[in-house]
Design a protein around this ligand. Structure first.
Ligand code: NZQ
Ligand code: ZN
Length: 394
């Protein structure tokens, strides 16, 4: 087991009408002037945004609004948000939306007290932990940003997608009302399920497997996401299924499934280049490359993949041949992705094969020009990453 610190300070307020507690929560955490940050249209159409603002007004808390966050959130809007917060004297941030809105809010939170350009943090030119307090009303279970320490931002110039992770980014509170996810399109529901599964799998496929409680929690998280996906896709207004998925998404990425393991994260790094370059949904990008990553690395520890195959994917165990069981588990995962409408290759993801030049560029960017490897299960060089893109391009 790897020694660990578990830090999950976010106050989670979960259930029907939980957004009615917003005013009191903002006050509790010291907010006096709030930036309400949101995305395209979903929170406006559903009336959620108006309800959130009404709660702030009822509590006598001043606010300004900034919408327009797009999936794969852009640094250009983050910069606008920073300017707005400075001009208006904002001291507390509230995101209404999914991972993109929450990540954009986190970037604004660190940019406000910083004199330089906020992108410096994402390129590792600057390191700082001073930021405004953050909070959210979650509308899609997926990225897990509501409890995570990460923010992933895309630079509009060059479509470069980078993350910055500090504990100070963790939300003071997260409001989660599963009813708010009834309006999710099937594709976004499936992307979310894939992402929460991948957050668990990135930690599960590690070199340490002696932390039995963590392995068992991870398998429960994965089985729950898999089962409830079908229920939510067949009936988008199934409250119980939406409930399971919403909490599963948070548990998958609040580090609970990583206690005692080192984690891998190669699939995420490989995917971030795809969503940076082609502006595709993060969850779909993960589904498109995971099988190729898994086939590239599984021989390093076939027994771990075999355990996953049996305990998560219900594959019958072949005691004489763990590699065969492992491979059957990878295939079953890809069948599952297809069954929920996810791609399992780059052509399925972007509608055409990637060119060799595009794949070489992504492999270079993924390793910052071969200055570091990605992943821990197998430390991948840019040549390895390129092979994985090529395998996923068939
Ligand atoms: O913009 P609107 O109109 O709100 O539409 C959104 C968006 O088009 C829509 N949506 C959200 N809630 C809805 C809804 N539509 C109808 N009803 C609702 N209730 O869904 C679309 C996707 O939203 P987005 O926020 O982009 O989804 P997600 O939560 O999957 O976030 C993806 C982003 O998070 C990053 C990803 O890279 C990507 O940029 N990640 C962030 C992480 C973190 N901070 O810890 C970790 C993840 O691994 C991930 O990298
Ligand atoms: Zn993810």
């Amino acid at each position: 087991m790897t020694d660990f610190t578990y830090y999950a300070p976010t106050e989670v307020v979960f259930g029907k009408n939980s957004e009615e507690k917003i005013g009191k929560l903002v006050r509790k955490y010291g907010g006096t002037k709030v930036l309400v940050h949101y995305g395209g249209q979903s929170a406006v159409r559903s009336g959620l945004l108006d309800k959130v603002c009404a709660q702030l007004e009822a509590e006598g808390i001043a606010y300004v609004k900034l919408g327009g966050v797009v999936p794969n959130p852009r640094v250009s809007l983050v910069r606008k948000g920073i300017e707005l917060c400075r001009k208006e004297g904002v001291d507390f941030l509230l995101a209404v939306g999914g991972g993109s809105v929450i990540d954009s809010m986190k970037a604004i939170s660190i940019g406000v007290p910083y004199e330089g350009d906020v992108w410096d943090f994402y390129t590792r030119k600057a390191f700082n932990t001073e930021c405004l307090p953050t909070s959210c009303v979650l509308t899609i279970p997926a990225a897990g940003s509501e409890m995570s320490n990460g923010s992933v931002i895309t630079n509009d110039e060059g479509n470069i997608k980078k993350d910055y992770c500090i504990d100070e980014f963790r939300c003071k509170f997260a409001i989660m009302n599963p009813e708010r996810t009834f309006t999710l399109p099937a594709y976004q529901t499936a992307c979310g399920v894939t992402d929460m599964m991948m957050h668990t799998m990135e930690r599960y496929f590690s070199h340490e497997d002696d932390m039995e409680i963590t392995s068992a929690i991870s398998e429960a998280v994965l089985r729950t996401a898999k089962q409830q996906a079908f229920v939510a896709l067949s009936n988008p207004e199934d409250y119980e299924a939406r409930t399971q998925l919403m909490w599963t998404g948070s548990l998958a990425h609040n580090d609970l499934t990583g206690c005692g393991t080192s984690g891998d994260w190669a699939t995420h790094m490989i995917e971030h280049e795809l969503s940076g370059m082609f502006d595709v949904s993060h969850g779909a990008g993960l589904a498109a490359v995971w099988g190729s990553w898994a086939r590239y690395v599984y021989k390093l520890r076939p027994t771990r993949f075999a355990r996953y195959a049996v305990n998560v994917m219900d594959v019958p165990v072949d005691f004489r041949d763990p590699e065969a069981t492992a491979l059957a588990g990878i295939e079953a995962t890809e069948r599952f992705f297809h069954a929920i409408g996810m791609p399992v290759s780059i052509p399925e993801l972007i509608g055409r094969p990637a060119t060799e030049e595009e794949m070489q560029k992504m492999a270079q960017m993924c390793t910052d020009g071969d200055t570091h490897t990605v992943g821990v299960f197998k430390e991948l060089t840019s040549a390895d990453v390129l092979e994985i893109y090529r395998a996923a391009n068939r």
